[in-house]
Design a binder for this molecule. Structure first.
Ligand SMILES: Cc1ncc(C[n+]2csc(CCOP(=O)(O)OP(=O)(O)O)c2C)c(N)n1
Ligand SMILES: [Mg+2]
Length: 582
């Protein structure tokens, strides 16, 4: 036990958990602890908006596997975190969201910046620690860090602001890191039997493979089985794209090759994926999920097993450890899938080649609305062609975050990675404004890697304020902004369902390149396909010189397939005054 103030106990617990960076906006609530962060060797990174700080903590955590940490002023600073923490929840990121709260002597009196902060985060955190006595500061702080790792998601550390003051005798707890382990012996044995008898096994490599640092084990397993590997939706970095067994991502705007191959599977090994409903919807007109296949699902969160898809065997284990356990069981066994291995490998090669050539020839969208827009925007680039050029220019160790929008979604077909922790998409929470701050956080964690954000112009306007964070704090990143003058993804619904009545979807844009320059970054307007690759290359290299660059891509208003045709229906109007709105 050592005599110290609760502020010191709090900061010492951060140090014990390896915290070196915290994102936030200052406020009187945590000034006392903030004051000593430099003495603890912790960098405090002030952001433009608390949502940015929360997303940065998310990007930081996703790319490093370490905790991302954010802190804000009680009340409005804390409520500004909500969207970012919800996004981190669905990205399974170990973010510790520190929420100082109004002082205990006025709680309930409706004083300044008071709101009940625990219920607000109750559905978007894996654990909520409330410091109910200043002497428990270290204990509860430590628990928030432990639980964020254990439960693979954000936790909230709620601290009444007066509890930073005073003194007491504190023990700083050692971090508790619990291995998830490979899963139950019986389920692993059953899974091994099923895989040994499979004729056409397919592996779905999910986020759990990335989070468990299990990519190598997944590759070994795929090679042993000669099994095609598809990435689960938006986890394109869960298997190296140059590997002959890689078949690309499932889900919205994913790989037709992957979809065709999995549709023929008799056994699916879902490795580290909850098989989320959106990620397995039919695409490209292919209802590819093999309903009659025997499915083995591995997930570190037992509650995810069998939740969305029927499974024959559920393994509650870490994707990495489970892969190793399956390898140990399968290595010296006769495997049925070896009989037709060569045939399968040629099939994979052929199906992939067909999809690549389709992508090469798919220059633009061909629906009537898109064709009209292409005529009107004749001096602009086609999004698909631009995305192909970007794909070729992404540096091998590049990190790409993607936003929510029509063009960002189409990018799914053109994002391939060699290493895990390279693709940071806005996951199931799907909020516009995600990608840019996430790339900034990723860059703080990995300054050695180029960080690139793909963002639509609508989403960009929600997030470009954080250019100032890049400039002020010398965090160089590259933003690729798709300027199509519209909230395209939503406009697509108005094209398909609302007879081209464009309510609230047209955007009159200023020059984003000019804004970037005024804010102290570099800005370039790109309207020629041949400039796309060199511009990205130069911008990534400029990160080494501390420069943040905004590449404003001038693209046509054409629109790819919508997010979810399944979720809308044709309008029905009963009242005369609305009869024409059909
Ligand atoms: C915070 C938030 N608000 C609204 C939406 C609904 N939404 C989904 S996609 C989209 C349009 C995105 O437009 P833009 O960023 O310009 O990209 P584009 O679709 O044009 O490529 C909107 C508004 C959302 N996902 N998140
Ligand atoms: Mg747009």
């Amino acid at each position: 036990m050592t005599r110290m103030t609760p502020s010191e106990a709090f900061v010492e617990t951060l140090v014990a958990n390896g915290v070196t960076d915290i994102f936030g906006i200052v406020g009187s609530a945590c000034m006392d602890a903030l004051d000593i962060l430099p003495g603890a060797g912790i960098r405090y990174i002030p952001t433009v908006h608390e949502q940015g700080a929360g997303h940065m903590a998310d990007g930081y955590g996703r790319v490093s596997g370490r905790h991302g940490v954010c802190i804000a002023q009680n009340g409005p600073g804390v409520t500004n975190f909500v969207t970012a923490i919800a996004a981190a929840y669905w990205a399974h990121t170990p973010v510790v969201c520190i929420t100082p709260e109004s002082g205990t002597l006025t709680t309930g009196l409706g004083g300044f910046q008071e709101t009940n902060q625990l219920p607000i985060f109750s559905e978007i955190t894996k654990y909520q620690g409330h410091v109910n006595n200043p002497l428990r500061m270290a204990e509860i702080t430590a628990r928030c860090f432990d639980r964020a790792k254990l439960k693979m998601g954000p936790t909230q550390l709620n601290i009444p602001r007066d509890y930073f003051y005073g003194d007491g005798d504190f023990d700083i707890p050692d971090p508790i890191r619990v291995e998830h382990g490979p899963g139950g012996e019986d389920s692993l044995d059953k899974a091994a039997d099923i895989l040994a008898a499979a004729q056409f096994p397919v592996i779905v490599s999910g986020g759990g493979v990335i989070m468990s640092d299990g990519a190598d084990a997944c590759i070994e397993l795929a090679e042993l089985l000669g099994a095609p590997v598809v990435n689960s939706y938006l986890h394109n970095d869960s298997f190296p794209a140059s590997h002959p067994l890689w078949c690309g991502p499932l889900g919205y705007q994913g790989s037709k090759a992957g979809m065709q191959l999995i549709s023929g599977a008799d056994v699916v090994l879902a490795l580290g994926t909850r098989l989320g409903p959106f990620g397995t919807l039919p695409q490209h007109g292919i209802d590819y999920w093999p309903k009659d296949a025997t499915t083995i699902q591995v997930d570190a969160d037992a509650e995810m097993i069998g939740l969305v898809k029927n499974v024959s065997v559920g393994i509650n284990g870490d994707a990495h450890a489970a892969s190793r356990a399956l390898l140990a069981r399968l290595r010296n066994r006769d495997l049925k899938c070896h009989d037709n291995r060569d045939e399968r490998l040629s099939q994979i090669e052929a199906v992939k080649a067909e999809w690549e050539s389709e992508l090469d020839d798919w220059h633009h969208e061909k629906d009537p609305y898109s064709l009209d827009m292409i005529k009107e925007d004749a001096d602009r680039m086609h999004p698909r062609q631009m995305l192909r050029e970007l794909e070729k220019a992404i540096p091998e160790d590049g990190i790409v975050s993607t936003d929510i929008g029509n063009i960002c979604s189409i990018a799914n077909s053109y994002l391939r990675f060699e290493k895990p922790r390279s693709m940071l998409a806005a996951m199931s929470f799907g909020n516009c404004g995600y990608a840019f701050p996430v790339a900034i956080g990723a860059k703080v964690a990995r300054p050695d890697r180029p960080a690139i954000a793909y963002v639509g112009d609508g989403a960009w306007c929600m997030s470009f304020g954080e250019i100032l964070t890049c400039v002020r704090e010398n965090i160089p990143v590259t933003a690729v902004v798709f300027n199509n003058g519209q909230w395209g993804a939503e406009k697509k619904n108005q094209v398909d369902f609302y007879n081209h009545r464009f309510v609230g979807t047209n955007l009159d844009n200023p020059s984003f390149a000019a804004i970037a320059k005024v804010m102290g970054a570099e800005g370039h307007v790109i309207d020629n396909l041949s400039d796309v690759g060199p511009a990205l290359d130069e911008a990534c290299k400029a990160q080494a010189d501390g420069k943040t660059t905004v590449l404003e891509m001038m693209v046509t208003r054409e629109l790819g397939d919508p997010f979810r045709r399944d979720a809308l229906s044709m309008p029905v109007r009963y009242l005369d005054k609305y009869k024409k709105y059909v």
